[in-house]
Design a protein around this ligand. Structure first.
Ligand SMILES: [Zn+2]
Length: 204
């Protein structure tokens, strides 16, 4: 087999259209589009481009996934702050009412996504009151920092109602979720968070 015309060391396994001679894979990879003026038709260039682009796209997707996770956490905070605040005003509130409210929020938002028309949460009494408060918090956050969009809002309402059901089942008194929530999320703390998030970046 011929020797690579670039390094004169390794076997020239690839026909290089740029030098119009055989080169080795190492020189091909090292000098591609740098020292070598590779034509787009070169199959080795095409293959390398395809691999590189796929890597870059997956890096980009990973970055976006991180952003999606942050948005989801902020949205969950907005919803749970509404519940925490409401619970501090109604000490006899139960997990069941919270679950009903979250499910009503999810349902209303999903209907809005499907139809483009605003829907009232379908619940009664205190659960409805809480559902409206949750929606109001989501709207406040959206106005201030641009999230959540409705698809995310519906998703987070669903995840939180599942979380509440799980934590509620672990306790006989039907307040396992609310107890854990009040430890994690201070009532009336949304404004403080939004102020911090929307403050202009200052150097001190
Ligand atoms: Zn070589």
């Amino acid at each position: 087999m011929a020797i690579c015309v670039l390094c004169h060391q390794r076997k020239g396994k690839r026909f290089c259209p740029a030098v119009y001679n055989v080169i080795c894979p190492t020189c091909c990879g090292t000098h591609r589009l740098k020292k070598l003026n590779c034509p787009s038709s070169c199959p080795y260039l095409r293959q390398a481009k395809a691999i590189e682009m796929a890597q870059r796209e997956s890096e980009w997707a990973r970055r976006n996934l991180e952003r999606a996770e942050i948005e989801q956490r902020l949205t969950a905070f907005a919803l749970e702050e509404a519940i925490s605040t409401f619970a501090s005003e109604h000490p006899d509130l139960t997990d069941a009412e919270v679950i009903t409210a979250l499910q009503a929020v999810q349902d209303a938002v999903e209907r809005e996504v499907m139809s483009g028309i605003n829907h009232e949460p379908n619940a009664e009494g205190r659960a409805k009151e809480l559902a409206l408060k949750i929606l109001k918090n989501a709207q406040t956050m959206r106005r201030r920092i641009g999230i959540p969009h409705n698809v995310l809002l519906a998703r987070v309402a669903r995840l939180l109602s599942q979380k509440a059901m799980l934590l509620s089942q672990r306790n006989r008194d039907g307040k396992g979720y609310l107890r854990a929530l009040l430890v994690d999320i201070k009532p009336n703390s949304l404004e403080q968070l939004l102020d911090r998030l929307s403050a202009p970046q200052t150097r001190s």
